[in-house]
Design a protein around this ligand. Sequence first.
Ligand SMILES: Cc1ncc(COP(=O)(O)O)c(C=O)c1O
Length: 381
Amino acid sequence: MSQPSIVEFVRDVYQTNDFIPLHAPTFDGNELKYVSETIKSTFVSSVGKFVDEFEQKIEAYTGSAKAVATVNGTAALHAALYMAGVRGGDFVITQALTFVATCNALHHMGAEPIFVDVSPVSLGLCPKAMDEFLTEHAIVTETGCIHKQSQRSIRAVVPMHTFGHPVEMDELINVCLKWNIKLVEDAAESLGSFYKNKHTGTLGDFGAISFNGNKIITTGGGGMVLCKTSELGAKTKHITTTAKLPHPYEFFHDEAGFNYRMPNLNAALGCAQMEVLEKYLEQKRELASRYKIFFETSDFKFVLEPEYAKSNYWLNAVICPSVEARNELLKQTNDAGVMTRPIWKLMHRLPMYKNSLHGDLPNSENIEAHLINLPSSPLAL
Ligand SMILES: Cc1ncc(COP(=O)(O)O)c(C=O)c1O
């Protein structure tokens, strides 16, 4: 019997002839119950028990010393960068191949990105590419890493765990120590992904998670800052909640804080979704293993988790043998109501980042031209 087409295969896996999205949320647990509870209590906004509960659940799951819930993942990244000491005029290194929010968060601080290449193993920031860029363009001084030509600080690096696959963190941490650079992990896509048994987002100085509707679990909109110590956590909570000093009735704010607090309504959804995270992770591994087997006999290369890591397989991906094959697969699937998408355009091609500094980007360019994301909603087993 001949091999089924990708459309036939995905339809068979999801057992439906309806439109198949890239990643849809599922609410078959206590979501309605907890959200109704917040509405009945009237505590839908900035005060309520679910925010604390959700933060504690994320701490227990990730091992973070303190998790601080925010309105979305971009806000979590913004707050994390602020806490890491990034300020206007600084440079921040990140990968050219990422979702635009990674760069927007640092841009909104008045900082500027420097783009380096990704690793073909992780699809995330390549520590060697970062070290090579710094060796050519930077020096370390007592005040930190300085870009030689402009004399501006290179304050931080933001690696992104692409589609849930963890970056080579030991190597990256060594590069950060060598060059005296802060490490803020964009773990927006990687809740449930572990690097050598440590949860992504807890290895650097700070981490940021997203709970947008397309992520492995969702709060509608939402994010979380993962902090290394409870002191940094307390400070992060303070600056994300308008920097108000605690007092029974007086208003005093000791710095220009952010209003980034996650509403209780969203946190209620998050608490219910955390109860089903393990189930989704299992279902997504099963789905990934089916894709792996499907593509094994073809010249398309299914993207597997790196050997050193356990990935959440948030978005499944395949590398096509040619640009023509990529275009054909995109057309064939989307025409048939099976949603697939090309990967993002490299950041230095976007108008607002076209003048940003960057290193050589051979891996990023190759992946940009050949990678397609496949339907990845958790599969009902
Ligand atoms: C890599 C990456 N960074 C940041 C974000 C921003 O998260 P949010 O949409 O919750 O602001 C997302 C997802 O949306 C993302 O995929």
